[in-house]
Design a protein around this ligand. Structure first.
Ligand SMILES: NC(=O)c1ccc[n+]([C@@H]2O[C@H](COP(=O)([O-])OP(=O)(O)OC[C@H]3O[C@@H](n4cnc5c(N)ncnc54)[C@H](O)[C@@H]3O)[C@@H](O)[C@H]2O)c1
Length: 178
């Protein structure tokens, strides 16, 4: 208990599902929560509910596949906080497709919202956390990163890549004393 009290947290894909529940839980535990998503109606509703129950939450529109959008979100948080304690790279998802039928456009879309987004968030968070002596980054993967589902070709690949990206970033951060 109280492990996240007074901590500043950014959660992507926080308007629905696991991201929404993560935001609610961390806010209930005392964190100041920055929630981002592309589903603005749902995101604003969740933030209002958290604030109505005595928590601290702010919702921002944020397409995680767009590098400039990350710059904007980090800029907004920096206006209010000197430190980002926790980033949860949660936004993501996939559609059913197999290796024969998945189009290149769909492959790229799934790679961008899962893998590119996790890269962008992890890189930006490490740069800020380096200035402020550390923090935590949680990258959300999936069991299909390990089992190679036949109907989730692009999603399996994107989630599996998140593992090695995270390991590489973790070892790098350890070497830097973060
Ligand atoms: N639910 C599961 O069973 C499960 C299992 C394994 C992994 N995951 C992973 O957990 C995470 C959350 O999954 P969920 O089930 O809560 O999904 P969800 O669909 O309920 O929520 C995902 C959220 O991400 C948002 N999102 C989608 N594209 C976005 C983008 N480009 N920019 C910003 N936000 C975007 C959506 O609007 C939505 O609010 C995802 O990374 C998913 O791959 C989920």
């Amino acid at each position: 208990m109280n492990r996240v009290a007074q901590k500043t947290v950014l959660i992507t894909g926080a308007a629905n599902g696991l991201g929404r529940e993560t935001a609610k839980l961390l806010a209930a535990e005392g964190a100041t929560v920055w929630m981002t998503d592309i589903d603005d109606a749902a995101g604003k509703e969740v933030a209002a509910k958290i604030n109505g129950e005595g928590g601290r939450a702010t919702y921002l529109h944020h397409d995680v596949a767009v590098p400039e959008a990350w710059e904007s979100v980090f800029g907004s948080i920096r206006e209010h906080h000197s430190k980002l304690d926790i980033l949860v790279n949660n936004a993501g998802g996939g559609t059913y497709n197999d290796i024969e039928t998945v189009t290149f456009a769909e492959w790229r879309r799934i790679m961008s919202i899962n893998l590119d987004a996790t890269f962008l968030g992890t890189q930006m968070a490490i740069k800020w956390m380096k200035e402020t002596s550390g923090g935590s980054i949680v990258n959300v993967s999936s069991v299909v990163a390990f089992i190679g589902s036949p109907n989730l070709a692009a999603y399996c690949a994107a989630k599996a890549d998140i593992h090695l990206l995270s390991k590489s970033a973790a070892v790098y951060s350890g070497q830097k004393g973060l």
